[in-house]
Every structure is written in C-alpha cells, then in structure tokens.
Design a protein around this ligand. Structure first.
Ligand SMILES: N[C@H](CCC[C@H](N)C(=O)O)C(=O)O
Length: 270
C-alpha cells in the first residue's frame, strides 16, 4: 500500500507529515516512526507528524521523534501543519488544544499555558523549578518548564561554547527526568533577544525547536531576564515568543513545504 506524505520544516527542524484524514494509515508504532525518520534508509526527519480526526477540534496532531518516541507537543510542526491547513485551526494534541493562525509574519501558534510544578515537568522528586539545585559540569542552576513537553533550560554566557552533542544526551537521560527531557542552552543578549541551541529528546541537536524557544523565553521571563516579548534566535532562524497577560504563550515564525512524495508501506514494516 502506498502512502503519501508532505515533507516540511520550520527553520530547518524538519518533518514528514502523514494525513490520516485523507487516507488509511497503519498503526504508528515506535519502529515504524523511527524507520520513516531514518535519514539513511527512510525518508528522514526530526519528527514524524500524523494527522487524523478529532471530536474536540478541527483535527488531531501527533508527533513522533526520530527515535520513535511520541511527544505531547512540537512547536515547529504545529506551524508547519498550520501552513498546510491554510486557515485558522484548532488542533487537538496530547499536550492540549492549540490554535494556529496564518499571518504576514508566518504562522502564529497559541501554545497554551506553561506549567512549572516539579511534578508537571515532570521531575523524579520535588524541587524548586525556577532555579534547580542541580548541575552537569559547567551547566548549573537551570530552570524547568513544561509546554506540552518537558524542557530544562540552562542560561550560559556563550551557548555556542557548550559541547551540546556530548552533554545533551547525558542530561536527556538523567534519572531526574522520568520522561527524559529536552535540553536548552540559552544566552540572553538583550531584554528582547535570546540565542538558543537545543538538544531535543528523541531527536538530538536540531536547527530549531519551537517548544524549546517557548520554554526558554518563559523561563527567562520568570527570572526577570527579558520582557514579555522576545526574539529567539536559533541556528535555523528566529522565532517571536510572547507570554500574554492571560498566561498563554504565542509563538510566531515561518514554516515551509519542501516536497511531496509517497512510500511503499511494506518496505517499512520489519
Ligand atoms: N523532541 C521534542 C518534540 C519536538 C519538539 C520540537 N521539534 C519543537 O519544535 O517543539 C520532545 O520529545 O518533547
């Protein structure tokens, strides 16, 4: 059975999008998601995105990392699907209902209300999440935020100097994080600008991480380091994050359709 897909990206964080509303899809297993995401033997992507029907929104969106693990949120993919939808959308995700809206600046996504309690991140035991009493080598005293998925954020004088490929997986898999964690290393460059690099849970270093930008911006705002609207510069480009007085996060940035194709399902079912 051949299945169609759309290859998309948000600032170079790339996705394979399958639409179960227009064609029958198999069960998305960890193995199948990882096989499709494989950049050598599959289509290749940071995340596999699966759309299907919803009783509570316009449609449902699920996200699977390159290792096949499922995530509750993916900011860049939400913008990409918002672009594909072409008009405002309410989307059901594991992390909650989010809304997307095309605009001159790209696609805006209402990412909902962030959570900060240790057990909402989640952490393995109770602790202050604004400045956590923990550290890994030179990375100490991070903050933790859940924006539909779990993030730890380290503020450092020079994000480019951090050996993220080495220390990222160490932190991702630390027992302090029972659901693992996305690792953000951020440098504040002004009250309205942050530079950010991210080691993503289940996918490794990506060119951009939308939820990482949201979590980092809100963490910096909680610490009084930046204003309530910031530009977050990632290796792939810039996202604008606003934390409204209603407590909701809005992320705005570009999304791109790269190409469309199809694959033979039997080639991916081990
Ligand atoms: N790796 C993340 C999911 C993708 C997040 C990222 N691609 C984004 O744009 O938010 C996790 O396991 O929580």
């Amino acid at each position: 059975m051949r299945i169609g897909f759309v290859k998309m990206h948000g600032l170079g964080n790339d996705f394979v999008v399958l639409d179960g509303r227009s064609e029958a899809l198999p069960e998305i297993t960890t193995t199948l998601a990882a096989a499709l995401a494989n950049r050598h033997t599959g289509i290749g992507c940071d995340q596999l995105v699966v759309l299907d029907g919803s009783d509570v929104a316009d449609f449902r969106m699920r996200f699977f990392n390159a290792d096949g693990s499922e995530s509750g949120a993916c900011g860049n993919a939400s913008r990409a699907v918002g672009l594909l939808h072409g008009r405002p959308a309410r989307i059901e995700t594991l992390g909650g209902i989010l809304t997307t809206e095309p605009s001159e600046a790209g696609i805006s996504v209402d990412m909902g209300v962030p959570r900060f309690d240790w057990d909402a991140i989640p952490l393995g035991f109770a602790m202050d999440t604004l400045t956590m009493p923990v550290g890994w080598e030179d990375l100490v005293g991070p903050t933790a935020v859940n924006v539909g998925n779990p993030h730890v954020i380290f503020f450092t004088p020079d994000t480019d100097a951090v050996d993220l490929a080495r220390i990222g997986p160490i932190i991702e898999h630390d027992p302090l994080f029972p659901q693992r964690i996305n690792v953000n290393v951020a440098t504040i460059t002004s009250r309205s600008a942050i530079r950010l690099r991210v080691w993503e849970r289940g996918s490794g270093i990506t060119l951009a991480c939308g939820t990482g930008a949201c979590a980092t911006a809100v963490g910096a705002m909680r610490r009084g380091l930046v204003d309530r609207r910031v530009e977050v510069t990632l290796p792939g480009g810039v996202l604008v994050i606003e934390w409204g007085t209603d407590g909701r996060i809005t992320m705005t940035g570009p999304a791109t359709e790269a190409f469309r194709g199809s694959f033979e399902l039997s080639d991916y079912l081990a």
